[in-house]
Design a protein around this ligand. Structure first.
Ligand SMILES: Cc1ncc(COP(=O)(O)O)c(C=O)c1O
Length: 436
């Protein structure tokens, strides 16, 4: 299944790259694999691996790919920009257009700063919240992932949960940890209690409104309203991390439609159209604190670079077209229903949580409400399913804590083919269980 070329590249990668991968979640080690697949190219909803084998893929680069690989509009915009120059270190028109488009789509964001990754967006948002409140403590939620700065590497989800480093990374000073509180998601009582004890020290409550990094976990009714109310009650700012869900679930952000009232919004993944781009934004009075107008420093050599901005504008054009989110919803719903039905038909103890074009198939009887519940799953069954799907040409994220992402690049036939592969994979699991 892992071809010769992938294996050869893996030998070289292990010698030259830490752990063989440039981001831990790409490793197949948590799946018990001795090598990952190396990808040569991608088009539409498919990967071609280094050995020339084709896969329907629902990794979507861990979220950024919403419109499908190699969308002609993005390629055309990039080609045009290539002829104009790659990096200026001086302002350019595209940055202004992108900032205007983002602010127009998100009323909570009167101004924005473009950065180069989601990690940078959250790091800067936290600094802004601390600057604005003059307080230290940041509240986050167990199993949420907000990038890899020190502050947020406390009880994190995503790659940190599966692929080493653990939930709590080494190398984070105790002094930093002392200023972070990580609480169970969906537990308003825990936040209420914290606000009662430490409300005066809280700078920010940082949240993924729909969690995508402990599997897809949705907020209980009233939860996000409660989070906003409690943050307000003690003067902490709400940081809405929409790096996965922003512009994937609707054109703009989803938090406010679910009851969250953000002060600072973080974006990444989908807005970059596959290039390196993140953003954070807020009301004008908050954004005025950032240098060169204000005393809070934040910068970036590659921030708002012309290529990323060109890809972003083209990608937002595609996402703004009528019917896009309806198509994503329909494709997501069809795939999710097919996969879940297949699992249940073959007697698997699986459940599924979906929002639009993203879902997680949990190897547990009901979808989790928090990280503690998400950890109680059948890891061996997930691993077996992962390999059965890969064998049948369907590439899933190598972790039970990630989502399946459907894109505009997936055809109806590919969705059906993936459901058929799931049917066969579950049947294989069922047969193995009977043999055992
Ligand atoms: C919700 C969320 N926030 C922040 C990040 C960090 O983004 P990046 O990997 O671009 O630094 C991620 C990445 O997975 C994420 O899912």
């Amino acid at each position: 299944m892992i071809g010769e070329e992938s294996r050869t590249l893996w030998e070289r990668a292990q010698a030259a790259i830490a752990g063989g991968v440039n981001s831990p979640a790409r490793s197949f080690r948590p799946m018990g694999g001795d090598a990952p697949l190396f990808i040569r190219s991608a088009a539409g909803g498919r990967f071609i691996d280094a050995d020339g084998r084709s896969y329907i893929e629902f990794l979507a680069a861990f979220g950024p790919n919403v419109i499908g690989h190699g969308h002609p509009k993005v390629l055309k915009a990039l080609a045009a920009q290539l002829g104009e120059g790659l990096l200026f270190g001086a302002p350019c028109r595209g940055e202004v257009e992108l900032a205007e488009r983002l602010c127009a789509a998100i009323p909570e964001m009167e101004q924005v700063r473009l950065v180069s990754s989601g990690t940078e967006a959250v790091m800067s948002a936290i600094r802004l919240a601390r600057a604005a409140t003059g307080r230290r403590v940041v509240v986050k939620f167990d199993g949420n992932y907000h990038g890899h700065t020190d502050t947020v590497l406390v009880r994190t989800g995503s790659g940190a949960a599966t692929a080493g480093g653990g939930h709590d990374s080494e190398g984070v000073p105790d002094g930093v940890r002392q200023d972070v509180r990580s609480l169970p998601f969906n537990d308003l009582g825990a936040l209420e209690e914290l606000v009662r004890r430490e409300g005066d020290d809280l700078a920010a409550v940082l949240i993924e409104p729909i969690s995508g990094n402990m599997g897809v976990v949705v907020p209980q009714p009233g939860y996000l309203e409660g989070v906003s109310r409690l943050a307000r009650s003690c003067g902490a700012l709400v940081i809405d991390d929409e790096i996965i869900v922003g512009f994937r679930l609707r054109y703009g952000i989803i938090g406010p439609t679910l009851g969250l009232s953000p002060d600072i919004v973080c974006l990444g993944k989908a807005i970059g159209g596959g290039l390196a781009l993140g953003a954070y934004g807020a009301r004008r009075d908050l954004m005025r604190r950032i240098a060169p107008l204000g005393p809070m420093f934040q910068a970036g050599t590659l921030a708002g670079n012309p290529l990323s901005v060109a890809a972003a504008l083209a990608s937002l054009d595609v996402l703004a077209a009528p019917g896009v989110y309806e198509t994503l919803e329909a494709q997501g719903s069809r795939l999710a229903a097919g996969v879940l039905t297949a699992g249940l038909r073959h007697g698997q103890r699986v459940s599924l949580q979906r929002v639009g074009s993203m879902f997680t198939l949990f190897f547990r009887p009901s979808p989790p409400r928090d990280y503690h519940e998400a950890q109680a799953h059948d890891g061996a069954a997930f691993r077996a399913f992962f390999w059965e799907m890969l064998r049948r040409g369907v590439y899933l994220a190598p972790s039970p804590y990630e989502a399946w992402f459907v894109t505009l690049g997936h055809t109806g036939e590919e969705i059906l083919a993936a459901i058929a592969a799931a049917e066969e994979s579950f049947a294989a699991l069922d047969a193995q269980a009977h043999e055992a």
